[in-house]
Design a protein around this ligand. Structure first.
Ligand SMILES: [Zn+2]
Ligand SMILES: [Zn+2]
Length: 138
């Protein structure tokens, strides 16, 4: 993700109004390594701006995703998580506390889409998710 300052400019150019609530969403996301869900971002922004709606949070995160400023992680079935680190990396998830850690290892796996799907998809990348129990939960 770009710095909050640059991001504000980019979004203005896309016709988005930069409200104090949206600015706070950017600040929550900047350098955030906890992979928050939209609900978690909502809770943090709501503390400062109690009238903010969940829709505002969700839509803003979706716009950031569409612009390639954050990555959407679908790890849990019921909620999406957002990652401002858009460089290729992988994750390890604790099945108990749901903490998500980054892995910056370059796994030279020869992961390929099955031939039967190749005609239907152009692959732009892949992510590996490890699942297990973290030290605190063990
Ligand atoms: Zn844990
Ligand atoms: Zn990550």
């Amino acid at each position: 993700m770009e710095t909050v300052e640059k991001l504000t400019g980019i979004l203005r150019n896309h016709g988005m109004k930069i409200t104090p609530q949206r600015l706070m969403i950017f600040k929550v996301m900047e350098n955030n390594t906890s992979h928050p869900s939209a609900e978690e971002v909502f809770k943090r922004v709501k503390r400062v701006y109690p009238t903010v709606s969940f829709t505002t949070i969700y839509k803003t995160l979706e716009t950031l995703r569409d612009l390639g400023e954050v990555k959407e992680l679908i790890i849990d079935e019921d909620r999406k998580h957002y990652d401002p680190n858009i460089n290729t990396h992988h994750h390890v998830i604790c099945s108990n506390c749901k903490k998500i850690h980054d892995i910056f290892e370059d796994f030279s796996l020869h992961v390929k889409l099955p031939d039967s799907l190749k005609k239907d998809y152009t692959v732009s990348g892949f992510q590996i998710s490890f699942h297990g129990t973290c030290k605190e939960c063990a």
